[in-house]
Design a protein around this ligand. Sequence first.
Ligand code: DGJ
Length: 731
Amino acid sequence: MAIVYDEANKYFRLLTKNSEYQIKIDEVGLAIHTYYGKPTYGTEMSYQIIPIDRGFSGNLYELKLNRGRSIDVLPQEFTGCGIGDFRVSSLNVISANGSHSCDLRYKTHVITDGKEPIPGLPYVRPYEDNVSTLVITLEDKLIGLEVELYYSVFEDKDIITRHTRLINKADSVLDVTKASSGMLDLQFGDWDEVHFVGKHTMERQFTRNHLSQDIRVISSKRGMSSHHQNPFVIICDHDAEENYGECYGMMLMYSGNHKFEIEQDQAGATRIVAGINDDNFSWKLLQGESFDTPELIMTYTDGGFETLSHNYHNIIRENVCDRKYMDIKRPVLINNWEATYFDFNADKIIDIAKTASDLGVEMMVLDDGWFGKRDDDNSGLGDWFVNEKKLIGGLKRISDETDKLGMKFGLWFEPEMINEDSELFRKHPDWALRDPDRNPTMSRNQMVIDMSNKAVEDYLFDCISKILASAHISYVKWDFNRSVCNVYSNNLPADRQGETAHRFMLGTYSLLDRLLKAYPDLMIEGCSGGGGRFDAGMLFYCPQIWCSDDTDAIERLDIQEGTSFGYPVSTVGSHVSAVPNHQTGRTTPLNTRGIVAMSGTFGYELDITKLSEDEKSEIKEQIKTFNSYYWLIQKGDYYRLTKAGQNEIYKAWEFAARDKSEALLNIVVKRSQANAKIKNIRLKGLDEASVYRLQGTDQRMTGAALMHGGYALNLSMGDYPAVQLHFIKEV
Ligand code: DGJ
């Protein structure tokens, strides 16, 4: 069993293959966090808590004479509030008499095999893996609040998931104003924090800061996980590298407002609290009701960023995304967005599909502009019925054509939005999120629809279902093109408006869930102006997410590299687009664009009908190449071979088969130089003693030579040259 309770010493051990987590229930019933690190082989770690009387750090009443035991410095699992732990708290609650205090003590616990779903929220699926769950119940008897702390241990994957359930056992309402998913107190260590920042068309850039005695906040209050701060944080040794150093990962499985608070306290200890952003959040918990927080996915390694990333890649591919996608070959697609924008008709789409199909493309995706009155981005959102003037013969005609070509057909939606200029808004102006008497702030001239309202969810379910049933549609691109403000639901009373943002996410998750249940073979690709909602919450429903609206191959190197810290390439939507690139004006070789896009779900997004015969033949070869590497890329281990955020000359990365039978090395030069240094790249994940042949040559080297010596090459002429080298183990 991966979870052990020692009754005599009142402590829990949560054991994975390479890590151990310890919780001790102390003499007054506080849940103390005593350890998270490499396995201890059986030592109870609370001996590391050495009481020191710290000035201005008060003591719980029972401990008033024991001044070294202040909760202001004790490492804990989850805090109450208002009772003298002055660091960032896990919870804020206001009870009926207006008190802001909550004192949580151990009540009971239960350990079970497996793991239950979290009502209404995405969760890490246990499947038939080796998973067990510990639930510790804390209570504040005075205010009648119970807090259940859930820990599920994925033993073989070195992952521990956490979430929190609040239950009102009082006879009056409790107002919850902060409910975090989990907290990690690290008593010792000199840490850096790594997180992934950005903006539209430049998401998830690797960022690293040394911690000091202050509070850092990584968060979003945009109603979405955001392009700006991804809900994923790494706490690592100050000198941690790809293959060295202790790293703790905390990833929130949530697509709405999130917040990670990282505080280094007076004693040099570090606390990380993660969960729903408490900014403008409140939740009325009525008698007998419960509230579940989103799930937090945690991992620990002493093997540096590489192992940490591998742990996340494995859990996301196999337990966050629907596992069936591990074995379903996803289609190479062509999307018409950058080819036509809004300027298309059925003939044009069929033309693109035919040309693409000849070259081996397997799915035609019709993007924005097929519905309502939608000839630009000012109108039509909400009117989810076909614009028959633009698409004569409707979607059925296109899908009949793609069927004939042996292609799949996919369609764009942006369900959570509404235009002022739409039939839907004219009929239901109260369905937009907005203050009743204030003009809303517009963005892309659209508003956000009130997903917290069940009638809205039902309307969307009906119209999307009708469209899906009207033609042979096997894929949906689910877009979300603005940040959310004017967060006011006309469907909720005044004293519940603080619930709107979270109820919005629950509505979106519910709609996704209903559609996938009604159309089990449908594949949904997430999108939010590119990667504005690239998070584990969306990945529960969508096995892939459009990674960025920046399709420039060179910009994508940094975006995809940053993304790779937490998310596997199987989730990264990536396309070859036209040159000069529409976002940067840069011209890169088709070969380079292909190599970069292959480190993802792969597709094309350009007017393929306008390409030269040479370019078309190159694309045909690219698709063959991608298909031949498909399983290696999707299931192999991904290695960053150049330093994140640092190597400005070139980037190299690799996919190595788990059984070490083959590896694919990718190198892209970002800056060509005269008289350049030879680039020597050390591979990873090979079998030292085996001989590998470089495909297409007679060159043979041992795994050891490639890993410890490296593969040297001179690649420096021209603009952005790139190569892909395939090494195959000889039998
Ligand atoms: C933003 C997406 O990221 C693009 O790919 C495209 O679908 C547009 N929206 C359409 O409006």
